[in-house]
Structure formats: C-alpha cells, structure tokens
Design a protein around this ligand. Structure first.
Ligand code: AHQ
Length: 236
C-alpha cells in the first residue's frame, strides 16, 4: 500500500472484520491481566495497577478534546463530547461526578490515598510514555485515525465483565462500591465503540484510509500492551 493509494478498499463489513481481528492483540490477553482475572494478584500488585492506570484515565479527556479540536463534523462532536463529561463529570453533577473521581474511589477502596494517586508517585516511565504517545497521536494524526484508535473499546466489555467477576470473587478485600467504575464502562464502552465504528466506516473507503484506520487500532493495542508491560515489570 502506498501512502496515497486511492483505490477503493473493502466493504464496511470487511473493514469491521479486519478491525475486530485485533482482539487477538488486546491487553485482556496480557499475562498481568490474565493473572488478575485468575485471582492471583497480591494487594500491592492491584494497587500498583490502579495507581498506574490513573495516568491513562486522566489523559482520556485530553485525548478526546484533541479529537474534538480536529473534528469539523458537528454531528460527530455532539456525540463525542460525552466522552469528556463521562470522565470529568460536570459542575452540575458535582465534584464527585465522572469516571476520574470513580477511579480515585477505586484506588481508595484498594488502600491507596487520593494524594498518592493524584501526585503520580507510582506511575512507571513506560506507562507515562505510552499515555503521552496516545494523547500525542490524537493531537497530531487526522481526526478519523484518532477515532479509530479508540476502537480497542470494541473489546472492552468482555474484559470489564470478566474483571468485575474476578474482583467480586477473589479480591473481596476491596469494597464493592469501589468497582462502580467498571460497571459504568459496561454501559459507556459499547455506546462509544458503536459511534467510533460508525465514524470509521463512514469515512474510510480507500485502501489508504482503511489501512490507516487499522494501523491506528494496532498502535492503540501497543499503547495498552506497553502500559501493562511496564506495570508487570514493576510489580511482578
Ligand atoms: O476506562 C477506559 C476508558 O475510559 C477508555 C476510553 C477508551 C479510549 O477512548 O481509548 N479506551 C478506554 C479503556 C478503558 N479501560 C481499559 C480497561 O482495560 O479497563 C480499556 C480501554 C480500552 O479498551 O481502550
């Protein structure tokens, strides 16, 4: 494929199948997540994962704001903006609202203080670099490619359900209220990935466009995998 291969690509259905095939590279298959879902992680390993994943969670609104800034389509922006309030909450809903606050409550339920999560003292270099790469990707790549990179969420609901079951079964030292973040994602992720898939299939028709969308999703799988490698290295 040349960078400007304008020949018509595959059908939308075939493109979706190509994108869904990246499930085999999703971080649900990372050894650290496999051990998490088997119930064998120690409290320190769980706390390390929660504290490091916070760096990713607090970057999501910046990533989505970058996509909004580059997106000329009002109809897309009207729906995409919800991702920001899902994470930041709203002034109307109060200071405890939003996914970032819910993640902080997960951390407190695991025995971390808000302060040690917010000051990022536990965040590993590899996690910080992967998160920065994701935000930079959204800021600098064509907005449809940045939308495509969010399609790892196609694979998230199964992982959220498996993770919730594992936490409720094996990590009973964590108060169940702290797991609300994952319950919320069970609803938000399918809604988000459905929209992202609509955008990508509506905008990616040439071979070059479809290859770029697939490359964006592959990049994002590497972002998530690199984060897990850094966490696994630090806490195992
Ligand atoms: O909690 C997650 C989240 O808010 C998002 C936003 C989305 C994106 O825009 O890239 N991806 C994502 C993900 C979240 N949780 C991850 C997990 O394993 O808990 C999964 C991750 C994703 O699949 O990209």
């Amino acid at each position: 494929m040349t960078a400007t291969d304008h020949r018509t690509g595959t059908s939308p259905e075939e493109l979706v199948a190509r994108l869904r095939a990246h499930a085999r590279s999703y971080h649900s298959l990372h050894p650290f997540h496999l051990r998490m879902n088997q119930g064998t992680l120690t409290p320190d390993q769980i706390r390390g994962w929660v504290a490091n994943r916070f760096a990713y969670q607090e970057a999501i609104p910046l990533k989505d704001a970058a996509i909004l800034a580059n997106c000329p389509d009002v109809a897309v922006r009207r729906r995409w903006i919800r991702r920001i309030t899902d994470h930041d909450g709203t002034a109307a809903d109060g200071p405890q609202s939003g996914g970032i606050e819910a993640w902080l409550r997960l951390g407190q339920a695991c025995g971390l203080s808000r302060e040690e999560i917010l000051d990022r003292r536990h965040v590993q270099p590899g996690v910080r670099f992967a998160v920065d790469a994701y935000v930079t990707f959204a800021r600098t790549r064509p907005w449809v490619e940045a939308v495509a990179s969010s399609l790892t969420e196609l694979f998230a609901p199964d992982l959220m359900a498996e993770r919730l079951a594992a936490f409720e079964r094996y990590y009973t030292w964590i108060d169940g209220d702290g797991l609300q973040y994952f319950r919320n994602r069970l609803v938000q992720a399918p809604r988000d990935s459905e929209h992202a898939l609509e955008v990508v299939t509506a905008h990616c028709h040439t071979i070059a466009e479809q290859d770029a969308a697939e490359a964006a999703l592959s990049f994002k799988c590497d972002v998530l995998w690199a984060m897990m490698d850094a966490i696994d290295h630090a806490y195992t």
